[in-house]
Design a protein around this ligand. Structure first.
Ligand code: NBP
Length: 481
């Protein structure tokens, strides 16, 4: 058997098949394998017909067809399937060979796999892959991390098949261990936030301004020509005007959104590391609330809201919504990068934030012009602690904030739920406050639980007061919460 294949790809579902064809377009010879091996034959006889793709019906046969060091990429269901394949592959591989997991795996799993495989001499890479079917076929955003010794051996393949933005590949080495999957997780969380913000803008146009689908589609089309230019605004414009048998399809779709978990993981990580990624959290909760459809239908008959109607200038308000959306989006990305920065500290990752913005600039679902501005901000100042403090974004928020406040107060007045817009504004006001009411929280905790408190002029010194005159002198063990 000749060792002719540059890389093996396990998992012939939508992502795997398309990534193989993409690799083939870039002159790499790929060996295809799948648990259900009949799919290998189907693929070779159909989609991969007349390509250089080869197939294998066992992992042993697959490994024998690979050039050394062997590169094996998996695009299978995250979780047990990945561990099962790793267990089967290890005895077939040699030290220095590479296993890449391109699925949506949890970053903690990738941390563990990277460490375990290193002990066996195998180089593990956990790579985020974004862009869905189309991205996989014509250029995804790729976020590889793991054992850095693997990168020189996969760089050429990865950067060749990745999307390009301003001539640069949307793929670079992210960092050690689970860094690639962490960055992919935050990407997905931001995707939840972007989608929720767009839904809230749609809700304001529809329910506050009573616009029809054609008018709303036109608004999104206008927005897509400016600062909000992005894949998600573009597809929302197309969805709004899409008709089936003469009727708009969108109105017939049930208002109950599902999720696969990566937004929830981001929210969990934000709580774990104590970073207020409130907009992504609110977006996950908004999906949860949407899925309580039956309860909402009952509640709407019992719970009253305001009966007021919008009475202002429609065109002017559309512009207020655009600005509120833009400002909220800036907050969402600022929060996402805050989480990345904290994780980098916890795991000792040397993350390149401008590089991450570039990886998301093209190929993936959150691709946008806006990410080019984020890349510039981090290039200008790689130590930037918060995007809100960059001149460009600070000025942008300053220009938008009056509109943002008008939209949030009008939505509250009319009873239109826009939780992501609200939370973004609340975060902004909290972040720019040199004094928050947490002094009262400290006092309350000490009052009822002797948790102690710090004084303004003595930070780090914890004292307890007997507030009622009936408590004792003993303080509780202090912990920051
Ligand atoms: P799926 O997530 O539907 O996975 C299908 C593949 O997993 C098939 O090859 C299937 O083999 C294999 N598999 C399953 Br299911 N259970 C297995 C098990 N217990 N042991 C071994 N193999 C098993 O495919 P996908 O939508 O192409 O996604 C692949 C990966 O990429 C996933 O981790 C996904 O989260 C991620 N991802 C997907 C997208 C997207 O837009 N779809 C985007 C980005 C990332 P079989 O044919 O024998 O059942």
């Amino acid at each position: 058997m000749t060792e002719s294949a540059d890389i093996a790809l396990i998992g012939l579902a939508v992502m795997g098949q398309n990534l193989i064809l993409n690799m083939n377009d870039h002159d790499f010879v790929v060996c295809a394998y799948n648990r259900t091996t009949s799919k290998v034959d189907d693929f070779l006889q159909n989609e991969a017909k007349n390509t250089k793709v080869v197939g294998a019906h066992s992992l042993k046969e697959m490994v024998a067809k690979l050039k050394k060091p062997r590169r094996v990429m998996m695009l299978v269901k995250a979780g047990e399937a990945v561990d099962n394949f790793i267990d089967q592959l290890v005895p077939l591989l040699e030290p220095g060979d590479i296993i890449i997991d391109g699925g949506n795996s949890e970053y903690q799993d990738s941390n563990r796999r990277c460490k375990d495989l290193k002990e066996k001499g195998i180089l593990f890479v956990g790579s985020g892959v974004s862009g869905g079917e189309e991205g996989a076929r014509y250029g995804p955003s790729l976020m590889p991390g793991g054992n850095p010794d693997a990168w020189p051996h996969i760089k050429n393949i990865f950067q060749s098949i990745a999307a390009k933005a301003d001539g640069e590949p949307c793929c670079d080495w992210v960092g050690d261990g689970g860094a690639g999957h962490f960055v992919k997780m935050v990407h997905n969380g931001i995707e939840y936030g972007d989608m929720q913000l767009i839904c809230e803008a749609y809700s304001l146009l529809k329910d506050a301004l009573r616009m029809n689908q054609e008018e709303m589609s036109k608004v999104f089309d206008d927005w897509n020509r400016g600062e909000l230019d992005s894949f998600l605004i573009e597809i929302s414009r197309n969805i709004l005007k899409f008709k089936e048998n003469g009727d708009y399809l969108l109105e017939k779709i049930r208002d109950s959104a599902g999720q696969k978990g990566t937004g929830k993981w981001t929210a969990i990580a934000s709580l774990e590391y104590g970073i207020p990624v409130t907009l992504i959290g609110e977006s996950v909760y908004a999906r949860c609330l949407s899925s309580l459809k039956d309860e909402r239908v009952s509640a709407c008959k019992l719970l009253d809201g305001p009966t007021s109607k919008f009475e202002g200038d429609k065109e002017e308000f559309v512009e207020h919504i655009r600005k509120a959306l833009y400002a909220s989006k800036i907050v969402s990305y600022a929060q996402g990068f805050m989480l990345l920065r904290e994780a980098a500290k916890v795991f000792n990752w040397n993350l390149n934030y401008g590089g991450i913005a570039l990886m998301w600039r093209g190929g993936c679902i959150i691709r946008s012009v806006f990410l080019g501005n984020i890349k510039k901000a981090f290039e200008k100042n790689p130590e930037l602690t918060n995007l809100l403090l960059d001149d460009f974004f600070r000025d942008a928020i300053h220009k938008c904030q009056t509109s943002w406040r008008i939209v949030v107060s009008e939505a509250a007045r009319l009873g239109v739920p826009i939780p992501a817009f609200y939370t973004a504004l609340a975060f902004y006001d909290g972040y720019r406050s040199s004094r928050l009411p947490a002094n009262l929280i400290q006092a309350q905790r000490d009052y009822f639980g002797a948790h102690t408190y710090e004084l303004n002029d003595k930070p780090g010194v914890f004292i307890h007061t007997n507030w009622t005159g009936t408590g004792g002198k003993t303080a509780s063990t202090n912990y920051l919460a």
